[in-house]
Design a protein around this ligand. Sequence first.
Ligand code: MN
Ligand code: MN
Length: 386
Amino acid sequence: MAVFNIGTESLDAGLNILGAHIDSPRMDLKQNPLYEDSDIAFLDTHYYGGIKKYQWVTIPLALHGVIVKKTGEVINVNVGEDPADPVFGISDLLIHLAADQMDKKGAKVVEGEDLNVIIGSIPGFDEENKKEKDAVKNNVLKLIKEKYEIEEEDFISAEIEVVPAGPARDFGFDRSMIIGYGHDDRVCAYPSFMALLNTTKKLKKTACALLVDKEEIGSVGATGMQSRFFENTLAELYNCMGEYSELKLRRALTNSKVLSSDVSAGFDPNYASVFEKNNSAYLGRGLVFNKYTGARGKSGSNDASAEYVGEVRNIMDTDNVFWQTAELGKVDQGGGGTIAYIMGNYNMQVIDSGVAVLSMHAPSEIISKVDLYEALLGYEAFIKYA
Ligand code: MN
Ligand code: MN
């Protein structure tokens, strides 16, 4: 999705872009997901993005997505968020029998194929044949058919995401934080979008909030940042203004400036050893700038130029935005990436900027409210002055 606020200057001068992603780590249903084992009905999943699988068991889960029938009819699915809805979940082994499991490495405690979501346990009653095969599965399927008017094979053309159920909540006695699913990267996507809506004064440069999919699996495919979607959209925009030319489009791309709005790792005193204290993001200290990301010697990162970092510092200070700079963690502890380097491929000036998160990619992530507020102010300042 791209939202524009058209400025008074020509697009050739470049745009000020706030680029965030709106996908989050989760579990997706497989195409043939439904099965029964030992009188329990399950949905089989394939996880999406980087997760510690052991975190996703024994918590209430919801289903979100679409089922598309052969006719093209789209059926929306949303079960588990309304307090009256049922929820779903994945079981874990009881501690009493977990001697072998507890000796396993973290990555193997719960494995990808173990992420099977329990969805029912009542066998359907069959008059003629009392021991009907898959009676539990068939009963659940009957309920699904009644509710959505689909057949089992319609799961083949469905996209259903399994995510933690329930709303975000205030966190801490002082209510200074928010715990919720998917802060990465909605906590940056939302203020990016709101910065555009809040800016009612005429801007000089055209501003854009760019919200993309598939970042968590490498920004691939038709809806990811690596697709031609953004430059095509910009070409259409020029065309609407009656001034499209290939050269003008190239100039607009090259002259654009970007805040790659994505989360950063918040310093966690419980795991201090993986952070470098002088170059970490701290909860409550404002909008975080990552000059570079990447791993093993900045590999895969967009390294913002000193000139651009200087300009961004000046913009933030002009509007008294609280900000900090950080790396994800210690050198060679790991790493990560964002859409920054893909925007950089257009020759744009790009820097990563966002909100610090504790427990990133866990089912419940934690952020500070003031950081979110400063992100909004920072994004508003950027589209005003960059
Ligand atoms: Mn992210
Ligand atoms: Mn992420």
